[in-house]
Design a protein around this ligand. Structure first.
Ligand SMILES: [Fe+2]
Length: 295
């Protein structure tokens, strides 16, 4: 079963309206009351937001900006060596700030002229159909909190570094942006939860954790790898499988650890031919046939 929910800390609203982010005991910020308050306040901002209102602005502290500065600088070095050409082209076009955490409206202002994508706030997990569906409209849900300062290069959940450095650099590249939109179209087209799960697993193994062979070796383009200081160093040691829809759509995986099976797209053309074409045309019946062929 696809359980992206375990990836995000649950967000609850108490009877008196207080928003509480339920961090697990192993979370680096679990015992830090100040961090917990911060997380609750940032989640509340996202929950209060409604379409049509200005994007919520987070009053980031200098300590939070410092985490961004560090992660941003370290990841930029890794990207030069290990990120795919298309991803690097996106980051060169986008020019994210390295000296401060950008607000979501700032990310949108950089991104919209390039590929039409804009960001919207998420408190935590967004239901899959909604998360993927709005990609078809060029909208991307993003959390705004940042990881705990004790581990600036690690996060157990998708924070603003993942959402912006990982995804926006890819969304700034037209060929990736078209794939994100196609995933959104597919999510809106399919009806059953099983078909939606298949679509989202293919997204997971491509736009989150995809790798691609280039002239000078295997490179990463997935946002999950490109935003993870540890994972980007290790992906070449994982089991690399050829791009295959049925395997991606049905393979078991554990999102709480580094992905040990990754799929090599081979080339951007092949990624578009196999995955783009699938998202552009799939429906419940086509997905059922694919699964039946694999059984
Ligand atoms: Fe992501």
């Amino acid at each position: 079963m696809f359980e992206e929910g375990q990836y995000f800390a649950p967000v609850n609203t108490d009877a008196d309206g207080t928003v509480v982010v339920e961090l697990g005991e192993t979370h680096p910020g679990f015992a830090d009351a100040e961090y917990r308050d911060r997380r609750n306040a940032i989640a509340a901002l996202a929950l209060e937001w409604k379409p049509g209102l200005p994007m919520p602005t987070v009053d980031y502290t200098d300590a939070e900006h410092e985490i961004w500065r560090l992660a941003s600088a370290e990841l930029a070095i890794k990207h030069q060596a290990l990120a795919s050409r298309e991803y690097l082209d996106g980051s060169e076009r986008l020019k994210l700030p390295a000296d401060h955490i950008p607000q979501l409206h700032e990310v949108s202002e950089l991104l919209e002229p390039l590929t039409g994508f804009s960001y919207m706030p998420a408190a935590g997990l967004v239901p899959l159909r909604e998360f993927y569906g709005v990609l078809a409209d060029g909208r991307f849900h993003a959390t705004q909190y940042i990881r705990h300062h004790s581990v600036p290069l690690y996060t157990p959940e998708p924070d603003v570094i993942h959402e912006v450095i990982g995804h926006a650099n890819a969304l700034a590249a037209p060929r990736f942006a078209a794939l994100y939109r196609a995933a959104g179209d597919a999510a809106r087209r399919v009806h059953s939860e099983e078909a939606l799960e298949f679509v989202s697993r293919v997204f997971w193994f491509t736009l989150e954790f995809g790798v691609i062979s280039e002239g000078d070796g295997l490179k990463a383009y997935g946002a999950g790898i490109c935003s993870s200081y540890g994972e980007i160093d290790e992906f070449r040691d994982m089991t690399i499988l050829p791009l295959d829809l049925v395997t991606m759509g049905t393979i078991d995986y554990d999102i709480t650890h580094y992905q040990d099976k990754l799929f090599d797209a081979g080339s951007m053309d092949r990624l578009e031919d196999v995955v783009g074409e699938f998202w552009e045309n799939c429906d419940d019946d086509a997905i059922e046939r694919l699964k039946a062929d694999a059984a």
